[in-house]
Design a protein around this ligand. Sequence first.
Ligand SMILES: [Zn+2]
Length: 315
Amino acid sequence: MSPLATPTSETETPSVSTIELGDVRIHRVMEYSDTTPMTTDVFFPGSKPEEWQRHTELLAPHHWEPDTGLTRAATQTWVLRSEGRIILIDTGAGNGKYRPLQPIWSYLNTDYLANLGAVGVRPEDVDIVANTHLHDDHVGWNTRLEGRDWVPTFPNATYLMPRRDFEYWRPENLHNTVFGRGNQNVYEDSIDPVVEAGLVQTWDESYRIDSHLRLELAPGHTPGASIIHLDSGGDRAIFAGDLLHGAIQVHEPHINSCFEEDEEGARASRARMFAHAADNNALVLPAHLPGHGAFEMRRRGSGFELTNWAPFSIT
Ligand SMILES: [Zn+2]
C-alpha cells in the first residue's frame, strides 16, 4: 500500500479517499465527522485526564479538543471492491431518522449518497452490505425514505447481519430503552424493511464473504459485534467496527466507551483484535475514527502503540 503518514494528527496529506491492499480497493466514504457533545469522561467513562494528556500529540486536534475537553468522531462507510463485487461495511446513521435517545443522529440530512457516488458507487450497484452490529449508527443507510415508507437503499444487495445482534435488539426484548444506548426505532425504520424485502442473511461465529474477506464475531460492544478480516496478496487489514471508538484506546486498551453492552467482553475482544493487528502488521479501520480514519500499530512492552496513520485525508 502507499506509504503511511507519521503518527501525529497534524500531518497534512493530499486528498485521498482510496487505497489498495492486495487485490482489494478500499474507499472511505464519509457521512459525518465533527466534534461530539461528549467530553472525554462522558464518551470514555473509565479514562483519566492524565491519560489524555499523555497522548496529546497523537490526539489533538482531530480526535480530541484539549481546550474544551470535547471528543471528535466520525461515521463512515468502508466501501470495498473485491472480486468484482461492491461491499459496504456499515451504513452510518442515515437521513431523516427519529432517534429520541440519540438526538445527535435524529433527522440527519447529509450528502452520504453523493459521497458514495463520488467514488463511483450507485445504490443499485452494491452487492453486499455488512452491518458489523445493529446499533443505530451502523444501519442507518440500510434504508431511505420513499414517500412515507422506508425502503432498502441498496435494492440488489444482500445485507449480512450478525445473528446474535439480530435477536438481541428485537424491540420486544426491551434492550432499546436503556439510557444512552438509543436503539429505539431502529428495527422499524432500518432493519424490518430490508427483512421484508428478503434481503437479509444472518450469520454466526464467522462468515466468508470471498477469498479475501471474512467476518468474525468479536462480542462485547454488543452480543453480535463483529470485525472483518482482509487478507490479500500479503496485505492485511481489520475493519474493526466499534471494537474501539478512539485512538487513545490503542495506547490505553482498558478504556471502554460508554456504549458497551458487556464491559469485560469488549475489553477481551479489543485485546484479541489488537494482538492480531500488531502481530500481522494489519491496517486497522474502525467505524468512528476521524482524522486519517485508520492506522497501523505494534506491541510496546505489555501494551501497544500506534505507529502510522493511513494516508486517507484528514476529516
Ligand atoms: Zn458505532
